[in-house]
Design a protein around this ligand. Sequence first.
Ligand code: 13P
Length: 251
Amino acid sequence: MSRRPLLAANWKMFKTVSESKDYIDIFCELIKDVTDRDILIAPSFVCLPEMVSMLQGTNVQVGAQNMYFEEKGAFTGEVSGPMLLDIGVKTVILGHSERRHIFKEDDELINKKIVAALGYGITPIFCIGETLQERENGQTGDVLKRQLHVGLQGVAAVENVIVAYEPVWAIGTGKTATLEQIEDAHVLVRKEIAQLAGEDIAQSVRILYGGSVKPANVKDIMTLEDVDGALVGGASLEPESFSKIVRFEQN
Ligand code: 13P
């Protein structure tokens, strides 16, 4: 089964609207001939409408970094699925480790968000990953299994989910997991998805790696059988660097 690679940029809380416009002008030119893989940028909420309009008709998609599960209501500061759909955003990052650890989101909340997103026809990029302590305690497998099982509870259409394995200790630290650690985790994730949804669906689900991905390591990471793309933070903030990642170009 061949899975189409996805290179996704998570801009986190970086870039104003004007900075994002400058980026897009340069970036689109650099990658306009790329047709054999998906490219996505997830900017902050305030940049979304402008980005959607700028990127219309290009080979770059736009995603959000978060979404609340309720449709509407008194939830100050939150953004709903229908709000995203209304401006043309059809992908959302959910369960990012910064949401889990800084904003105390737990597996149950992330599950509600995943179920809600899918209900609206929005594709979740569902992030999972162990902390350094969990890895050192030999708990990586158990943690990933728990995050997957709880996160995907009640999800009928697992084939519409994209999973991102992001070891917390490799995010923003410059420490990339070794190729062996990445492949082991991705194999485990695919096995768990097979248990939950069957082998065919497990073979079709894309599993991205995230954690200090940069031009220097993307090519090797993308050679791994079970890695179907990357979710990139720091190295996606410069158009030249992210365009190299999109092309799996080392330098
Ligand atoms: P870095 O690429 O900066 O390590 O961030 C990874 C990440 O969190 C992407 O969601």
